[in-house]
Design a protein around this ligand. Structure first.
Ligand code: KIV
Ligand code: NA
Length: 273
């Protein structure tokens, strides 16, 4: 069983932490078999699996439904589940109820929340209730409407300073790790050096304590092109499309099926009389 303590040790030993999203049984199983350290059931679910245009429509129930399947596929891996849009912006009571539903129903090890200093009291309330919390700074897709698009964050000196303050606020509130998305490599490097807890980057350069990518981006398992910082290790959408085309063609030409069942000869005779 992997733990956040082990992730902390990896940071101390300068061993990169590998995080990958997964959303269902086979993706989780492949991630666990590949040896990833942390599986994130990201609310990117909304875009890469459910076909929404942003993560905003994703619900707590959506997250739970998919996280349960991930847990079945990866029983030995650390699992973090995103709290979706506005599920942690009401009362602490409501936030805690959503976190409890996620933790109890899915068997996840932690939840992840987007935001900095403005959510630090929420993070503190969750941690004091026994819920491990991962933070998420930089590009925070749930706020795409406020940010005005999916763009690099922390490019100015003022923004970089705010990012560092936010990261410290999360750490002080008890976050066990912080994801930092789409920020200049220099800023992410300082962040990783400054914080005690692991800083896991996505589009944040090489110097973070670990990397996280979206499953469908790593495999190019999507009809849409991935962000520029992604490295794709396969062209699975294209390959799967080709395979399906062969199935369609072979069925139309009766080349498929090849394997068939038949009756024993004597039964066939008896049946035909
Ligand atoms: O939802 C997600 O996949 C994420 C990662 C991009 C960090 O939050
Ligand atoms: Na997310």
């Amino acid at each position: 069983m992997k733990t956040f303590r082990q992730m902390q040790k990896k940071k101390t030993n300068a061993e990169p932490i590998v995080m990958l999203t997964a959303y269902d049984y086979p993706s989780a199983r492949l991630a666990e078999e590949a040896g990833v350290d942390i599986i994130l059931v990201g609310d990117s679910l909304g875009m890469v699996v459910l076909g929404y245009e942003s993560t905003v429509p994703v619900t707590v129930d959506d997250m739970i439904h998919h996280a349960k399947a991930v847990k079945r596929g990866a029983p030995e891996t650390l699992i973090v589940v995103d709290m979706p849009f506005m599920s942690y912006h009401g009362s602490h009571e409501e936030t805690n109820r959503h976190a409890r539903q996620i933790m109890q129903q899915t068997g996840a090890h932690a939840v992840k929340l987007e935001g900095g200093a403005e959510i630090s009291t929420t993070v503190r309330a969750l941690v004091s209730a026994g819920v491990p919390v991962v933070g998420h700074l930089g590009l925070t897709p749930q706020s795409v409407g406020v940010l005005g698009g999916y763009r690099v964050q922390g490019k100015t000196a003022v923004e970089a300073k705010t990012l560092l303050e936010d990261a410290h606020a999360l750490e002080d509130a008890g976050a066990c790790a912080v994801v930092v998305e789409c920020v200049p490599a220099e800023v992410a490097e300082v962040l990783a050096k400054d914080l005690e807890v692991p800083v896991i980057g996505i589009g944040a350069g090489k110097a973070t304590d670990g990397q996280v990518l979206v499953y469908h981006d790593v495999l190019s398992y999507s009809p849409h092109s991935a962000p520029s910082f992604v490295k794709s290790y396969d062209n699975s959408y294209e390959r799967m499309g080709d395979a399906l085309q062969v199935y369609v063609n072979e069925t139309r030409s009766r080349q498929f099926p090849e394997h068939t069942f038949s009756m024993p000869e004597e039964e066939k005779k008896a049946w035909q009389q």
